[in-house]
Design a protein around this ligand. Structure first.
Ligand SMILES: [Zn+2]
Length: 459
């Protein structure tokens, strides 16, 4: 069996891994590249293998950097099935058409502004392409082995990152080898997600390293958030939280209502301004057996949050000048309704902007948390005078200590547990991945390597 790194190598986005033997090709994740332009341009390169020669796709989770290239793959001739958990399927139903819509908008905008090299810039894929891709989906339960293609047996185990997220275990029958893809791995003590399930066996492990060189620190994120909100409201300002529509938006709403219920922050109106995050919240609440929140806690979010659905309501909210809390997407401020709020709120020092997780290099979120004095939005520069925070501690990714703890849980004292003969460290910026590689060697003595993009190895 061969493993080829078609993406997610040397960067955190564009996850795509190809497993193949002489008969079949199985793609694990099919993500879009996001962030700096040189990365985004890769989305336009021809797919490294002919899409109609890929037999099936298996997804670790719904985030666009793991699923967002699927409509393009189908458009280019992929005819197989896409396998994932039930919740991942439901979330993709929301995320992929939206991604198509955004691609179409980008193309329209480029055409309008005439900055494209092409007379008629085409979207990478459309909303219609996304809906066509969704017809290839098939969902399964955790711990339920299935054969996406003959000879490859796959099992999902919970990864604790977002609803439906999983580690993908691929057992190749002919060679007897098992390759495990960690996907994105959650926290040991997340506020809403249960911890990732330990991996007990892998011959080869492909492990993420988003925070391979960092820890989230000791600060209590709830207290930090309470302080920011109280301080901002006290000076008559608005707290804006750019959040990933799937995952962190639901966590932030839960924490805000918890703090308010406990009287730790003033009672303020709370808005969720992202049609996608609203749908994701509904899906999250429907699957309450898969996370830590009870149905009653989910209902609390529902009752006390004002869902901003229409464009008119969003514009009206943008004109608000009273203390309130606005959760809006996207999480790295790379697009979506949050941009309008940023234009209004950034120039005023009374307001606060709170990012809650990893900010990919090249995004506005990354620029702002690194102290940019202004950011470009819709072709104009906007001064960043508001208080800016990045609460890494609210991230949906475990830091390196949590990753090591999680891996250690699978290692048995008698040597019968997790003991891969090779680990490939992916899904990280180069320094983070390399630091993680060293830590795996030091802690477990494992043979770890950071693979190069497009490299292929025999496993
Ligand atoms: Zn993710």
């Amino acid at each position: 069996m061969k493993l080829r790194f078609l993406g997610g190598a040397g960067t955190v986005t564009g996850s795509r891994y190809l497993l193949s033997d002489e008969h079949h090709r199985l793609l694990i994740d099919c993500g879009l590249y996001q962030g700096v332009k040189t990365l985004r341009r890769r989305n336009w390169a021809p797919f490294p293998v002919a899409p109609d020669t890929v037999n099936a796709v298996v997804l670790t989770h719904a985030h666009i950097d793991h699923s967002g290239y699927l409509p393009a793959l189908v458009k280019q001739g992929f005819r197989g099935k896409v396998f994932c958990t039930r919740a991942t399927h439901e979330l993709c139903d929301v995320l992929l058409p939206d991604a198509g819509f955004l691609q179409e908008e980008d193309a329209r905008y480029a055409h309008h502004k005439k900055f494209s090299r092409h007379a008629n810039p085409e979207p990478l894929f459309t909303e219609k392409d996304a809906r066509a891709a969704l017809r290839h989906f098939e969902s399964l339960h955790y711990h339920e082995p299935f054969e996406p293609v003959p000879g490859f047996e796959v099992t999902f185990t919970p990864a604790g990152h977002i609803l439906g997220s999983s580690c993908v275990h691929v057992h190749h029958k002919a060679s007897g080898r098992t390759v495990v893809f960690s996907g994105d791995v959650g926290r040991q003590q997340d506020l809403i997600m249960r911890p990732p399930e330990p991996i007990r066996h892998a011959d080869v492990l492909v492990c993420e390293s988003t925070y391979g060189d960092r820890t989230h620190g000791e600060l209590d994120p709830e207290q930090v958030l309470a302080d920011i909100i109280t301080r901002t409201a006290g000076r008559g300002g608005i707290v804006l939280m750019p959040a990933f529509a799937v995952g962190r938006a639901q966590m932030l709403l839960y924490v805000v209502h918890k703090l308010m219920g406990a009287g730790r922050i003033p009672k303020l109106p709370v808005y969720l301004n992202s049609p996608m995050a609203i749908k994701a919240t509904e899906i999250f609440c429907r699957h309450h057996k898969e996370h830590k929140l009870s149905q009653a806690q989910c209902e609390l979010i529902d009752e006390h949050t004002e869902f901003v659905r229409t464009v008119e309501a969003s514009m009206k909210l943008d004109a608000a000048r009273y203390p309130c809390i606005i959760v809006s997407a996207s999480g790295m401020a790379s697009g979506g309704r949050v941009l309008h709020h940023l234009k209004t709120l950034l120039p005023n020092p009374r307001n606060s902007v709170v990012f809650a997780g990893f900010q990919a290099p090249g995004t506005r979120g990354d620029a702002l948390v690194h102290g940019a004095e202004s950011v470009k939005i819709h072709g104009e520069y906007w001064p960043a005078k508001a208080e800016i925070h990045n609460l890494d501690s609210l991230s949906a990714h475990g830091d390196y200590q949590e990753l090591l703890t999680w891996l250690d849980q699978g290692v048995a004292a008698d040597g019968s547990g997790l003991s891969p003969r090779k680990v490939f460290v992916t899904h990280g910026e180069p320094v983070a991945s390399d630091t993680m590689r060293k830590r795996l060697r030091e802690r477990f003595g494992w043979d770890a390597e950071v693979p190069e993009l497009f490299s292929e190895v025999e496993v």
